[in-house]
Ligand binder design. Structure first.
Ligand code: BES
Ligand code: MN
Ligand code: ZN
Length: 505
């Protein structure tokens, strides 16, 4: 990953390939953001005017490259838009800083070293800019081989943050935190982007095992034999059509002083073809992303461990591949789930809830203080909230609100969604305890109600449906690349931090 350092050098003295400054939208045209004073001086105080003349407005994500004047030790100045300038006495919005740093890092793809002179008013601004730069510089190149491999440019190699205080404890901690969080978000992205012929349930479990060993987190993997013996009808039912058998992975990070425990449960469908209820062309090309929940859970547990948080965090990865074949579950089959409940499978494409159900029951046995599951669960949630916002459902209003606020704080778009009790009867089955489908309308909520049936009595639980934001099909923007986004990692990590400090709002 891109290297990140805090530098005490002045903007006019540091040698680099480019110098990044912030430009905001003022009432009368672009204004140069704090942190770039020395750069503005090198432009004889006319940087805002030059930018204005070039048509720059300071809009969010706008990138303007200028040749550097004499007096700077860089060839290029890159002005990145921060959106509306804050009111007097207010500071720049953290996510605007994160997005701007990301856009700048993306625009500098192929460069060796860039100095960032963005407004760093406090430690949280340091975190935001550091995260943005590291997330924006991300590129997934593992599969770009062949003759041109060496000719291809790599991501921006080094970022020097100017204006932060390398000896300040808070600033140092902010950068260390940003590095860990961004690294893990990028690992979640890599997992999502890895093609499904390589990232099978077994391969994902092996990655989890190797990482856990490396960082001293306990790991247990149930293979198909153990799952069959243990009665995991949901995981086995979904996985039995595939040549690549299912896995249930448990990662346990514990801290000796922890007072609270969290369980994160991730949907890990390494490829969702729909099964016998096969998805049509046009709906299956991106379905390698259907393990993004498990990737987020894995990355978050690793981040919690690397941050040494005073909280116990258990991660459950419910891994299976949903394929049609002679051995696949049929619409009409009844599965006996790990909880003992029976489920009539009416649509094999509603598979995520089946693997999650088993993992939720299993996670409940440890009686954690709260369970959060993360899943690319329904197309209905994408219809409801669009491509950039995840839905939050919960059996506890305060917990749902807390997660919504935490997501907002870390710059992840989310929205609270209800679990209307009257919709449960739509899943009544004449044959089994319930069916895996219900009313078509509000399908995201139906899925949430299904999951709720498998959460242990009295355990606080929330469900994040990340089907929209997990995978980005459009052009990259801000710190969001094409493909896997690492959705929910930052929210889960902050939730773990808040739980550790007992500051859950
Ligand atoms: N993995 C899909 C949901 C999905 C859709 C994720 C779009 C990402 C983008 C899920 O397994 C699925 O197929 N859900 C069905 C449920 C239905 C059959 C009740 C859906 O949403 O259509
Ligand atoms: Mn499906
Ligand atoms: Zn799915």
């Amino acid at each position: 990953m891109t290297a990140l350092t805090l530098s005490t050098a002045g903007a006019a003295t540091l040698r680099a390939d480019a110098l990044v400054v912030g430009v905001a939208k003022g009432p009368k045209g672009p204004v140069v953001a704090p942190g770039a004073e020395a750069v503005d001086q090198a432009f004889d105080g006319k940087l805002a005017g030059v930018l204005d003349a070039l048509g720059a407005s300071g809009a969010d994500g706008e990138v303007t490259k200028l040749p550097a004047p004499d007096g700077l030790k860089v060839p290029v100045v890159l002005a990145v838009g921060l959106g509306s300038a804050p009111e007097k006495d207010e500071s720049y919005d953290e996510d605007a800083l994160r997005r701007a740093a990301g856009a700048a890092a993306r625009a500098l793809h192929g460069a060796k070293k860039a100095a960032f002179a963005l407004p760093l008013e406090d430690a949280s601004a340091v975190t935001a800019v550091a995260e943005g730069a590291l997330l924006g510089a991300y590129a997934f190149t593992a599969y770009q081989g062949g003759e041109k491999k060496d000719a291809k440019k790599g991501p921006l190699a080094e970022v020097a943050l100017l204006g932060a205080k390398p000896r300040d404890k808070e600033h140092k901690a902010a950068v260390e935190r940003a590095k860990i969080v961004a690294t893990e978000v990028n690992i979640a992205r890599d997992l999502v982007n890895t093609p499904p012929n390589d990232l099978t349930p077994e391969a994902f479990a092996a990655v989890a095992q190797a990482t856990a060993k490396e960082i001293g987190v306990k790991v247990q993997v149930l293979d198909e034999k153990a799952l069959l013996k243990g009665g995991y009808g949901g995981l086995m039912g979904v996985g039995k059509g595939s040549e690549a058998p299912p896995r249930l992975v448990k990662l346990s990070y514990t801290h000796p002083k922890a007072a609270k425990s969290l369980a994160f449960v991730g949907k890990g469908i390494t490829y969702d073809s729909g099964g016998i209820s096969l998805k049509p062309a046009g709906h299956n090309e991106t379905m390698k992303c259907d393990m993004a929940g498990a990737a987020a859970v894995f990355a978050s547990v690793v981040a919690a461990a690397r941050l040494g948080l005073e909280v116990n965090v258990t991660g459950w990865l419910a891994l299976a591949e949903n394929m049609p074949s002679g051995s696949a579950t049929r619409p009409g089959d009844v599965l006996r789930m790990y909880s003992g409940k029976t489920v009539e499978v009416l649509n094999t494409d509603a598979e995520g809830r089946l693997v999650l159900a088993d993992a939720l029951t299993k996670a409940s046995e440890d009686r954690p203080d709260a369970i959060v599951d993360v899943a690319t669960l329904t197309g209905a949630m994408v219809l409801a909230l669009g491509n950039r916002t995840f839905g939050i459902m919960a059996n506890d209003d305060a917990f749902r609100t807390a997660i919504h606020e935490i997501a907002e704080e870390v710059g992840e778009a989310s929205w609270p969604m209800p679990l209307p009790a009257d919709m449960r009867k739509g899943m009544d089955s004449p044959t089994a305890d319930l069916a895996n489908m219900g009313e078509r309308m509000g399908g995201g909520l139906v899925a949430g109600l299904f999951l709720q049936e498998f959460v242990g009595e009295g355990i606080t639980w929330a469900h994040l449906d990340i089907a929209g934001p997990a995978f980005h099909e459009g052009a990259a923007y801000g710190y969001t690349p094409k493909g896997g986004t690492g959705s929910a990692v930052r929210t889960l990590v902050r939730l773990a931090e808040r739980t550790a400090t007992g500051d859950l709002g």
